[in-house]
Design a protein around this ligand. Structure first.
Ligand SMILES: Cc1ncc(COP(=O)(O)O)c(C=O)c1O
Length: 456
């Protein structure tokens, strides 16, 4: 390429206004929301980086596809397009649509897990963990040890610890119905998993007759990291890389609200006929008939197009670069982030940035409040509020206290990112004034969504 600037590979056809609020207003809004950013109204947020899930902009191709939605209850044309799109990428035999990722998890785990089982994963996402524990099973996180050190720079810091995986399978024969790998590793910093790691994990699992599943929400971003970082993949297309990733596994759960480029949707795909039948029975009970699974025909159309678009090289290059761009600015200004920048988000290391706030006072939660107060930015805590509460009722501090700034797909431009960087540098300059928080009231599971908090 003659020019080195990586541009947004789209032009904007429709706009949605966003609204500035004053610092005074935000102070009041925070108190009204019980110091929980999930409880804010979205219209009171300037730049919303709460999640990259379902928040992306659909393309003209997707919107056009929606007009073709076949809303037949059974056997709709839209389902077969969706099934073909999923099969082209995954090669998996049974494709079961669901309304989002956690529905796929609940249906899979509801069909195959029993109390006392163990599910190893590089790192369970919060809903994956909750759905596993809800079945009375143990969600075992075994990322490589380096994953716990935010400062270490490794190309594939999302890898699963292969020795720990082997040990788990040797020590628990008959109690591990499946193992999982999350690509990219969302709770571990959005870090990718290498092809070599997926291949080796597959070999271990299959030697022990344990099926391996991918939690594949961000499979395309993972494929891009493999293309650009792993030897032997530079000349392969993202589709070819994704196909190889899926060739090593027996099934996958997907939130299509990420790399499906949809605002809603997901799927469970798997090879085993008996498991698929059980899952479909449960699907009919709680989601819908297996050719729509809780989605409208037009959703299936939008996802079929999105699953193709997400693998375009110019899109993936822009996507990964825009996240790294913010990461580079923060790093060069001394703000500690999980290194290297992840695929869909920047994770600020709040323990490193706010050493004056002890973990028991939730430094990452406190930092996320400060970003909203000062700049109208909504982020999310991935730390001890999210993960500290144990199934037995005890508290255990999370391995890391992170603030995740997740980038919606195709939504914000470079000037939005420049604004973000400016706010972050300002907050860093006043960081000694940031106070910790305490939990006033919270439910026992997934408490971060609705907890009432107070400033200390
Ligand atoms: C890795 C991972 N798995 C599962 C899920 C759950 O998907 P959903 O929100 O569509 O239920 C998410 C959502 O953020 C995720 O990031």
């Amino acid at each position: 390429m003659k020019f080195k600037t990586i541009i947004e590979p789209f032009r904007i056809k429709m706009v949605e206004p966003i609204r500035q609020t004053t610092r005074e207003e935000r102070e009041r809004l925070l108190a009204e929301a019980h110091y929980n950013l999930f409880l804010l109204k979205a219209e009171d947020v300037l730049i919303d980086l709460l999640t990259d899930s379902g928040t992306g902009a659909m393309s003209s191709g997707q919107w056009a596809g929606m007009m073709l939605g076949d809303e037949s209850y059974a056997g709709a044309k839209s389902f077969y397009k969706f099934e073909t799109a999923v099969r082209t990428i995954t090669g998996l035999k049974h494709v079961i649509p669901t309304h989002q990722g956690r529905a796929a998890e609940r249906i899979l785990f509801g069909s195959v897990l029993k109390p006392g089982d163990i599910v190893p994963n590089n790192t369970h996402f919060d809903t994956t963990r909750a759905n596993t524990e809800y079945r009375g099973a143990t969600a075992l996180d075994i990322p490589i040890p380096e994953a716990h050190d935010p400062a270490i720079i490794l190309p594939f810091k999302g890898n699963i610890d292969l020795a720990a995986l082997e040990r788990t399978l040797v020590e628990n024969p008959g109690n591990v119905p499946l193992a999982m790998i999350t690509v990219t590793n969302n709770s571990g910093g959005g870090q990718p998993v290498s092809m070599a790691n997926i291949r080796a994990a597959s070999e271990i699992c299959h030697r022990h007759n344990v099926p391996l599943f991918l939690d594949c929400c961000r499979f395309a971003e993972n494929a891009w990291f493999i293309k650009t970082r792993e030897e032997g993949y530079a000349d392969k297309t993202p589709l070819e890389i994704a196909q190889e990733m899926f060739s090593y596994v027996d099934g996958a759960t997907m939130s299509a609200k990420k790399d499906g480029m949809g605002n809603i949707g997901g799927f469970l795909a798997l090879n085993d006929d008996a498991w698929a039948q059980e899952c479909k029975n449960l699907l009919i009970l709680t989601e819908g008939f297996p050719t729509y699974g809780g989605l409208a025909g037009y959703d299936l159309e939008a996802l079929a197009v999105g699953l193709e678009e997400v693998l375009h090289e110019d899109y993936l290059q822009y996507r990964i670069r825009s996240v790294a761009y913010l990461g580079d600015i923060l790093t060069s200004n001394g703000i500690p982030i999980v290194q290297p920048p992840g695929g869909h988000a920047i994770y600020i290391d709040a323990k490193g940035m706010l050493p004056h706030i002890p973990q028991s006072e939730y430094p990452a939660w406190a930092l996320s409040l400060a970003l909203y107060l000062e700049g109208g930015i909504r982020s999310v805590e991935i730390g001890s509020v999210m993960f500290g509460h144990q199934p037995d009722g005890s508290e255990k501090p999370a391995a890391m206290e992170l603030v995740r700034l997740a980038f919606p797909r195709r939504v914000y431009t470079q000037s939005h990112v420049d604004y973000l960087a400016e706010v972050l540098l300002y907050v860093n300059s006043i960081k000694e004034s940031i106070r910790g928080v305490r939990i006033v009231d919270a439910p026992p599971m997934l408490r971060h969504f609705s907890a009432k908090m107070a400033l200390i």
